[in-house]
Design a protein around this ligand. Structure first.
Ligand code: NAD
Ligand code: NAI
Ligand code: ISE
Length: 324
């Protein structure tokens, strides 16, 4: 059966995912699109064989032509569309972040728990990247012994004018929080964010940032965000254990952006979602919530210079088993 997908947000990543679903992957078609910029949505629909343009995300979600929803609008709109999809009983794939505050994520979790089944998947595509999967297999095999320290560098060559210092945490490092939490299989308990000497190419942003995140067993995760480091898009990771160390393969030469680095991961992520949308097995609303709680604490740490506790509360039974 072909899955009919409605897409909310036909910007940069929305059009990228529409291309991959309609041209690269199998088992799904794009039957509906919308964007606050309706002209952008119409233009995208014009290139598709059978996609209807809707005036709003809410109308798209209600449509009988939509089996499943893909949310690729900007972060502050995610909560509204994810909640409406749950209310309609439709699977929803939401690009990161699940929502921009922990409170909003809790409302999503409450709605999904009340629905009694998983409907939400969050776009943490690094878990689908071959080099991250290999690193996790090496850690899980015991090759490096018990993990003690983890390094995660997240470098972008440049960012847009609307990018703020806080976005290095909530928009960029959110990936590092999710993937290291998944690699280690542990929740975080505290974070401290320290601005480094300012990159003069960054137009006044507090960039780069160094973050030290603590896990419940005491592992330290050191995250670096550098979002104006002109040489390219570069993602690095290493786990140091009691008896060894294991690292991601470096991209050489450095790449242009996330599209190039994670294209294959996005393909794997979306093929799995298409195949399992009615009972999703990828990153859950709890995973989205856990990452956003760390982001909230990180922003407070950046503001105050203090170490800030990360407090998640109880995990509903619906999400047992995550992080894997
Ligand atoms: P973008 O600004 O290019 O696109 C967002 C689109 O959403 C725009 O076209 C905008 O008009 C539309 N939009 C905003 N509010 C809307 C609403 N209420 N209803 C319908 N459409 C609405 O942004 P982007 O770079 O494509 O990012 C979108 C999302 O994808 C963000 O959540 C971002 O964090 C995420 N993202 C993830 C990755 C990744 O590596 N996984 C990479 C880039 C972006
Ligand atoms: P974008 O700004 O290019 O696109 C967002 C689109 O959403 C715009 O076209 C905008 O008009 C539309 N939009 C905003 N509000 C809307 C609303 N209420 N209803 C309908 N449309 C609305 O942004 P981009 O870069 O595509 O990012 C979108 C999302 O994807 C973000 O959540 C971002 O974090 C995420 N993202 C994830 C990446 C990843 O690596 N997984 C990479 C890039 C983005
Ligand atoms: C963007 O939204 C992403 O998600 C990319 O993966 C990340 O590298 C970039 O910093 C974000 O702005």
């Amino acid at each position: 059966m072909t899955l009919s997908i409605g897409v909310i947000g036909t910007g940069m990543i929305g059009t990228e995912h529409i291309r991959r679903i309609s041209q690269v992957l199998s088992g799904a078609e794009i039957t509906a699109v919308t964007d606050v910029n309706l002209d952008a949505a119409k233009q995208v629909a014009g290139d598709l064989p059978d996609a209807e343009v809707f005036d709003s995300g809410q109308e798209l979600i209600r449509s009988g032509r939509v089996d499943a929803v893909l949310v690729t609008s900007w972060g502050p709109t995610h909560e509204e569309f994810v909640l409406a999809s749950i209310a309609a009983g439709k699977p929803v794939f939401c690009e990161k972040p699940l929502a921009t505050t922990a409170e909003a994520c809790r409302r999503i979790i409450a709605a999904e728990v009340a629905a009694g089944r998983r409907l939400v998947q969050v776009g943490f595509m690094r878990r689908y990247d071959a080099s991250y999967r290999e690193l996790k297999a090496r850690i899980d095999s015991g090759e490096v012994g018990a993990p003690l320290i983890c390094y995660s560098a997240h470098r972008n060559p440049s960012v847009g004018e609307s990018y703020t210092s806080e976005m290095a945490i909530v928009d960029t490092a959110v990936h590092d929080f999710d993937v290291t939490r998944w690699l280690l299989g542990e929740e975080f308990t505290a974070i401290r964010v320290v601005p480094a000497k300012q990159n003069s190419l960054g137009g006044g942003l507090r960039d780069p940032l160094l973050m030290v995140v603590e896990t419940e067993s005491g592992v330290l995760v050191n995250v670096e965000t550098s979002v104006n480091i002109r040489y390219g898009y570069d993602i690095r990771g290493e786990v140091v254990g009691e008896s060894g160390a294991a690292a991601l393969a470096a991209s050489s030469p450095a790449l242009a952006d996330w599209r190039e680095r994670f294209s294959a991961a996005f393909d794997t992520e979306f093929q799995e979602w298409i195949d399992t949308a009615s009972q999703p097995i990828g990153p859950s609303a709890w995973d989205g919530y856990a990452a956003t709680v760390v982001c909230d604490a990180g922003v407070r740490s950046l503001e105050t210079g203090e170490r800030v506790a990360v407090v998640l509360g109880d995990k509903p039974a619906l999400y047992e088993g995550t992080p894997e």
